[in-house]
Design a protein around this ligand. Structure first.
Ligand code: AMP
Ligand code: TRP
Length: 325
C-alpha cells in the first residue's frame, strides 16, 4: 500500500483554503482505504512564527478538535502530534547535512515569511522545509496531500531524498504532492493572493465561523471587475458556490454572470447560507470535542505510539546508513 503523509500547523482555526486545498482531501483519501496514512499536527513548524506559548497550546487543541470534527478517524489513520514523536528533528539534522543552503534561500515561502516578519528571520524559518522533508520521509511518504503553496517544499523533499540516496545508498522513496481540484483558494479581500490568515481576518472564512460572520465577511468580498472581464474575486466566489451549493443554484449564477444580470449581493447571500449549512454539523462536533481535553490527549498519545514505531525503524536504518552505528 502506498504511504500518505501530511501535516498542518496549529497557527489558527482551519479556513476554507486549508479545507478545500488539503483537509477535505485527507478525509476522502482516508475513506478510500487504498493507503496507509499518517496525518499530524506540525507544532514544531509553528515555532518559527509569532505565536505565544499559551496560544500555541490552545490552537493545537483546537486543531485536533477541528480535524476530528471534519472526519479524520484516528482508527483509520495514524493521527499524531509531531513533537510527540522522537525522530522528526533527528532526521532533519541529518538532512541539514546533505542540503545545500542555497536551495533553502530559493524557497518562496521563506522569502514571503521573511518579508512578513523582518524582525524575526530565525534559522528555523530557513530550515523549515528540511524538517518538512523529515516529517514525510520518516514514514517513507510517497504522496503528500497539500495545497499548491506547499508543492515547492514537496519537490525539495524529493531532492533531499536523492541527495541522501546518492551519498549513502538508495533508501528513501520518491515523494509527490497530491493536489485537489482547488489547490489555491483566493483571499476574499485580495483575490490575487491565496486565502491566508496572515493577511487578516477579513480575508478568510473559518470553518467554525457562525453564519452571520460568514455573511458579513462575504459582503465585504471584492467583486470589482478589471478590464470588463470576470474578476478574480467573482471567479473565486463562484468556485466556492460550485463546491457548496447544489448544481442548479450554481449554474443559475454562472448564467447570470455571463448575461451580466448577476447581483453580487444575492450571490454572497446564497453562498453564505450554503457554507454555513455545510459546516453546521462540524461546528457542533467541534464544540463537543473541545469540551473533552482528556479524550483529545488520549487520541494524540495513541497516535504517537503508532507513529513512533515506524519512526524508530527508519531512524535505526538511517543511523546505520550514515555511519552513526
Ligand atoms: P497551513 O495552514 O499553512 O499549515 O496549511 C495547511 C494546508 O492547507 C497546506 O496543505 C496548505 O497548502 C493548504 N492551504 C493553505 N492555504 C490554502 C489556500 N488558500 N488554498 C489552498 N490550500 C491552502
Ligand atoms: N509546511 C506545511 C504547511 O505550512 C505543514 C507541514 C509540515 C507539512 N510538515 C509537513 C505538510 C509534511 C505536508 C507534509 O502547510
Amino acid at each position: 500500500m502506498k504511504r500518505i503523509v501530511s501535516g498542518i500547523q496549529p497557527t489558527g482555526n482551519l479556513h476554507l483554503g486549508n479545507y478545500l486545498g488539503a483537509v477535505k482531501n485527507w478525509v476522502d483519501l482516508q475513506n478510500s482505504k487504498d493507503y496507509e496514512i499518517y496525518f499530524f499536527i506540525a507544532d514544531l513548524h509553528s515555532l518559527t512564527g509569532k505565536l505565544e506559548a499559551s496560544k500555541l497550546k490552545e490552537q493545537t487543541k483546537i486543531l485536533i478538535a477541528e480535524l476530528l470534527a471534519l472526519g479524520i478517524d484516528h482508527k483509520k489513520v495514524v493521527f499524531f502530534r509531531q513533537s510527540d514523536v522522537v525522530g522528526h528533528t533527528d532526521l532533519a539534522w541529518i538532512f541539514d547535512c546533505v542540503t545545500p543552503v542555497s536551495e533553502l534561500y530559493r524557497m518562496t515561502q521563506f522569502k514571503d515569511k521573511s518579508g512578513n516578519q523582518p524582525k524575526n528571520i530565525n534559522s528555523g524559518l530557513l530550515t523549515y522545509p528540511i524538517l518538512q522533508a523529515a516529517d514525510i520521509l520518516l514514514y517513507q511518504g510517497e504522496l503528500v496531500p497539500v495545497g499548491e503553496d506547499q508543492v515547492q517544499h514537496v519537490e525539495l523533499t524529493r531532492d533531499i531524498a536523492r541527495w541522501f540516496n546518492n551519498k549513502y545508498g538508495q533508501y528513501f522513496v520518491e515523494t509527490k504532492a497530491k493536489l485537489t481540484h482547488i489547490p489555491r483558494v483566493k483571499s476574499l479581500l485580495a483575490p490575487d493572493k491565496k486565502m491566508s490568515k496572515s493577511l487578516g481576518e477579513g480575508h478568510v472564512i473559518d470553518l467554525a465561523d457562525e453564519p452571520e460572520v460568514i455573511l458579513k465577511k462575504l459582503n465585504k468580498a471584492v467583486t470589482a471587475t478589471e478590464g470588463g472581464g470576470e474578476s478574480m474575486g467573482v471567479a473565486n466566489l463562484l468556485l466556492l458556490l460550485k463546491e457548496f451549493a447544489d448544481k442548479k443554484t450554481y449554474e443559475s449564477f454562472v448564467r447570470a454572470e455571463k448575461d451580466k444580470t448577476i447581483r453580487y449581493g444575492d450571490l454572497k447571500k446564497v453562498l453564505a447560507e450554503n457554507i454555513a449549512e455545510h459546516f453546521k454539523e462540524f461546528r457542533k462536533k467541534r464544540a463537543e470535542y473541545l469540551k473533552n481535553s482528556v479524550k483529545l490527549e488520549k487520541i494524540m498519545a495513541d497516535g504517537a505510539k503508532k507513529a513512533q514505531k515506524q519512526a524508530e525503524k527508519t531512524m535505526a536504518e538511517v543511523r546505520k546508513l550514515v555511519g552513526l552505528r
